[in-house]
Design a protein around this ligand. Structure first.
Ligand SMILES: Cc1cc2nc3c(=O)[nH]c(=O)nc-3n(C[C@H](O)[C@H](O)[C@H](O)COP(=O)(O)OP(=O)(O)OC[C@H]3O[C@@H](n4cnc5c(N)ncnc54)[C@H](O)[C@@H]3O)c2cc1C
Length: 380
């Protein structure tokens, strides 16, 4: 059932319609097979890019869609309700453009941003390492200053779009401690850069997650974004926006699970009535609906603060926490509504449950979101 959205403009309404149309024609026919086989869906990103859906929150000046974040996130939610892995990849692409857009010089933006936002390329965000996820400041990948630039050495991990992206927003060490990290924009064809084989994941199987090895890879100095040592604050500022993307994706998955569960509960009969008419089951569905609405409300609240230029870091963490916990609960309950059939691959709800799980883990685990929120409370 299509969500009846409150949207700020006619243009935004058209954008949602366009997204639903592309989802019907491009995403829905391929999602089940692609997620089952783990085969990357060639042609899907170019289709989204051609429709302008890969660069919605960025200014027109650089080829973006100049949409408010509250609209961009609702588009992302629509994509996620059809195909979570693609929505995550789109969100990560947006995240990977954020450092150049926010911290790049005019020259750097003129040189690279338009291509990155053109819809013909896709980006990746490379902060984590195998031993440094929550504790990102412990990363070891090193960028050593040399004549004309840096030599990169080390191994990054968990890169969404790894091996498929055209550019990598990389965080590497140029000094010691948390102030010794810098941000770089690395083209995929950099000599000395190679990728591991995709992780065998529980869900989101159609989009690869890989390691990346840098072996004496040379990067020109002009590809450093921001100042030396500014990397960690760049990474965290990008993550505030990225977490809202994940909150919207989680809401889309939860909405879809709810829709499937309601449709099933209206058809399935037990004890001579539709199962939705058994109050015990109706209440499960009611709680699921309340959780989905709450998830959407929290991410929209944070997005509207961002659009208004207000601080939104705490609200972004609240949205990520609330929406991804909601997605886990709602998708688990959807499996319950389907009974035994819910536990089989004949119905998609088991996939939604597998997809929801990772959303409590990446872009800061939900323990880390609580840490961020608690720090805001302590500092207020
Ligand atoms: C499918 C997938 C895609 C990903 N994509 C990307 C990507 O594109 N780019 C990228 O950079 N990274 C990516 N990641 C990495 C992801 O962000 C990390 O996995 C995540 O931040 C957790 O880090 P970790 O796995 O090292 O777990 P750890 O940091 O080892 O945490 C293990 C457990 O300890 C808990 N914990 C740790 N510290 C604390 C604390 N201080 N207080 C309370 N509990 C704590 C955690 O919440 C967790 O439950 C991806 C991961 C996955 C699984």
């Amino acid at each position: 059932m299509a969500v009846d959205r409150m949207l700020p403009t006619d243009e935004a309404r058209e954008l949602i319609e366009l997204t639903r149309d592309i989802a019907d024609k491009v995403l829905e026919p391929r999602v089940a097979e692609s997620e089952k086989t783990g085969v990357f869906p060639e042609g899907v990103f170019p289709a989204l890019g051609a429709a302008g859906l890969l660069s919605l929150p960025y200014p027109e000046e650089f080829g973006g869609g100049e949409q408010p974040y509250e609209v961009y996130l609702q588009v992302l939610e629509e994509i996620a309700s059809r195909w979570a892995a693609i929505a995550v990849a789109v969100s990560v692409h947006g995240l990977s453009c954020h450092p150049l857009f926010t911290y790049g010089t005019d020259d750097q933006k003129r040189q690279w941003l338009e291509t990155m936002l053109s819809g013909e390329t896709i980006g990746a965000y490379s902060l984590s390492e195998a031993h440094a996820g929550s504790d990102a400041a412990a990363l070891r990948c090193r960028a050593t200053p040399v004549d004309g630039g840096y030599t990169l050495n080390g191994t990054k991990a968990w890169i969404t779009n790894g091996g498929r992206a055209d550019f990598y927003t990389l965080f590497a060490r140029t000094g010691e401690g948390s102030r010794g990290i810098s941000c770089f924009l690395v083209p995929a064809d950099t000599e000395g850069l190679s990728f591991g084989k995709p992780e065998e994941k529980m869900g989101l199987r159609a989009v690869p997650t890989t390691t990346a090895a840098y072996d004496a890879a040379f990067l020109p100095a002009e590809r450093r974004i921001g100042e030396e040592g500014q990397g960690l604050s760049i990474a965290f500022s990008a993550l505030d926006a990225g977490r809202l993307g994940i909150a919207a994706v989680a809401t889309g998955v939860a909405q879809r699970a709810l829709d499937e569960a309601v449709a099933y509960a209206k058809e399935r009969e037990a004890f001579g009535r539709r199962i939705i008419d058994h109050q015990g089951l109706g209440f499960v569905l009611a709680d699921m609906a309340a959780a989905v609405d709450t998830a959407r409300a929290t991410y929209l609240d944070a997005a509207r603060r961002r659009d208004a230029g207000l601080p939104y870091s705490r609200q972004a963490s609240v949205a990520k926490l609330v929406a991804t916990d909601a997605a886990m609960k709602v998708t688990t309950d959807a499996v319950q509504v389907f009974g035994g059939f819910g536990y089989t691959q004949d119905f998609p709800v088991e996939r939604y449950m597998r997809e929801a799980k990772v959303m409590q883990i990446f872009e800061g685990t939900n323990q880390i979101q609580r840490l961020v929120i608690a720090r805001h409370l302590a500092d207020s």
